[in-house]
Design a binder for this molecule. Structure first.
Ligand SMILES: Cc1cc2nc3c(=O)[nH]c(=O)nc-3n(C[C@H](O)[C@H](O)[C@H](O)COP(=O)(O)O)c2cc1C
Length: 186
């Protein structure tokens, strides 16, 4: 296969779309983020890369807590709005109805089917962005979006981000940790 080089860029094929929630000076603020993923299994940790200018980041540092709420397809307009305007200039505290969990200071978006409540573990200064790593203290999920005790993507209908566009989650094509067992010679 002939390859072309595209130059270094912060590329990843597909990413989740999440809302990073933090209390900034006591007021909930939500910002859209796509540069988020799992960081560790034990203890459970997630991470998100935040530009140092983000209003949300101030709240994360201030409280040592934050959340990642997972919006559903029907929240795409409100979600994009939270990525277009900054809490520095626009009050985003009412875009979603906030609720709080164990940590008391990490606002989570009530309309989102799942929210990950985090205690700040560490930040890694990567340059323009800080990689914010959080220990997961609780997962809050709508009962209607849980199957066999686990968040169910067919019910959550999360938003995938790729190349400046939003996509719906596609259909399952195989079982992970299983499909490979059919590899020839295994
Ligand atoms: C789809 C999408 C994904 C984004 N992902 C990130 C991200 O991963 N990290 C980041 O720092 N900003 C990201 N942004 C930009 C912030 O959401 C945006 O600058 C927002 O206004 C910051 O809000 P705040 O200043 O209230 O924190 C993204 C925006 C959009 C629309």
């Amino acid at each position: 296969m002939e390859k072309v080089t595209l130059g270094p860029m912060p590329y990843m094929s597909v990413m989740p779309t999440v809302l990073v929630g933090a209390n900034v000076s006591g007021k909930p603020n939500y910002m859209t983020a796509a540069w988020a993923t799992v960081a560790c299994m034990a203890p459970p940790m997630v991470c998100v890369a935040l530009n140092k200018s983000r209003h949300t980041l101030k709240g994360i540092i201030e409280n040592g807590t934050f959340s990642l709420s997972i919006p559903s397809e029907n929240h795409v307009v409100a979600t994009d709005h939270c990525g277009l305007v900054s809490g520095n200039q626009t009050d985003k505290s009412k875009v979603f109805s906030s609720f709080y969990g164990k940590l008391k200071t990490a606002p989570m978006a009530g309309e989102c089917p799942v929210a990950i409540e985090c205690r700040l573990f560490q930040t890694v200064d990567c340059g323009s962005h800080l990689l914010v790593v959080g220990e997961v203290v609780e997962i809050h999920a709508d009962r209607s979006c849980v199957t066999d005790g686990k968040p169910d993507n067919t019910k959550i209908r999360p938003i995938i981000y790729s190349q400046a566009a939003y996509f719906a989650c596609g259909k399952e094509i195989a079982k992970a940790f299983s499909a490979g067992k059919k590899y020839p010679g295994t």
